[in-house]
Design a protein around this ligand. Structure first.
Ligand code: HSE
Length: 300
């Protein structure tokens, strides 16, 4: 049996659309067993009703890509998923499924793929590297794709950085959220984002949170998506008033994340209350960034 623990992730961090992401201390676990025949998939926790338990399952599909690549044919497979990360909320649940599946399959088939191959394969399956890279490697990852090869730098999250995560009670698919985006943005908006993302990376690298409010601003995707998330702008403003250093949509949403080093309880309360005033019930978590990525916990 192989057991892999994979962190949730927050992608974009505001202006870093499709190229910035951070792992959170909030985990899913994937267990994979080779059995004499068949495919059995069991899901516990988040997404029990939503996640397919047949060949459509993302963990299985990701594992199958590894098996095809390395020429390994398991007789049969049992996959057990224990999920803490909410599904369809912008916290990297599909990235965690992909990464969990490919790591477990790689261990099962004799570790023929190296970390960089796993990262390229995960990014190819997901379509962009910003969630899968921190899910695999942990920390804050700046990543780009060069002809399918993922080039990245890992930043250790500042030790004082905490995340207040407000998860609304509705799902938003990445596909729907990406369809809200324009085909083109103006030169001014591109320049706006380039400056912010550079400032954000420098701030995180130096552990300097003072400019996050400016550095996490964005004109590439958040305002286009705000119509899909009732109260989004008000929740963000309320979190800032309560002392958040910066606030962002988590990935494609609908979860919102406030970065803070103080006042986390107050920020949690105002985010939850403001969502409720806009007709949305939300669960709130205070989480640490995860400096480490996926872990293979046991192999028998
Ligand atoms: N960068 C992606 C997006 C993350 O914002 O659409 C979600 O997969």
């Amino acid at each position: 049996m192989i057991r892999v623990k994979v962190p949730a992730t927050v992608a974009n961090l505001g202006p870093g659309f499709d190229c910035l992401g951070m792992a959170l201390e909030f985990y899913n676990a994937v267990e994979m067993y080779e059995i004499p025949s068949g495919l059995y998939i069991e899901v516990q926790g988040e997404g029990t009703e939503l996640i397919p338990k047949n060949e459509q399952n993302i963990v299985y599909q990701a594992a199958r890509r590894v098996f095809q690549k390395v020429g390994y044919t398991p007789a049969g497979l049992k996959i057990k998923l224990t999920n803490n990360v909410p599904v369809g909320k912008g916290l990297g649940s599909s990235a965690s499924a992909i990464v969990g599946g490919i790591i477990a399959a790689n261990v099962m088939s004799g570790k023929q793929l190296k970390e960089k191959d796993l990262l390229s394969l995960a990014a190819e399956i997901e379509g962009h590297p910003d969630n899968v890279a921190p899910a695999l490697l942990g920390g804050i990852i700046v990543s780009v794709s060069l002809e399918g090869d993922i080039k990245y730098i890992k930043i250790t999250p500042p030790s004082q950085l905490k995340c207040v995560v407000a998860v609304p009670d509705f799902c938003l698919s990445t596909k729907t959220s990406r369809e809200a985006l324009p085909q083109q943005v103006s030169f001014n908006d591109a320049v706006f984002n380039i400056g912010r993302v550079a400032l954000l990376v420098a701030s995180l690298q130096q552990g300097e949170l003072g400019l996050l409010s400016v550095a996490m601003d964005d004109r590439m995707h958040q305002s286009y998506r705000s119509g899909l998330i009732p109260g989004m702008k008000k929740v963000m403003a309320a979190a800032k008033l309560a002392g958040a250093r910066g606030v962002t949509l988590s990935g494609a949403g609908p979860t919102l994340i406030a970065f803070a080093d103080n006042n986390m309880e107050l920020i949690s309360k105002v985010m939850k209350d403001t969502f409720r005033q806009n007709g949305i019930m939300a669960k709130v978590y205070i989480l640490n960034p995860s400096p480490v990525g996926s872990m293979t916990l046991c192999c028998t």
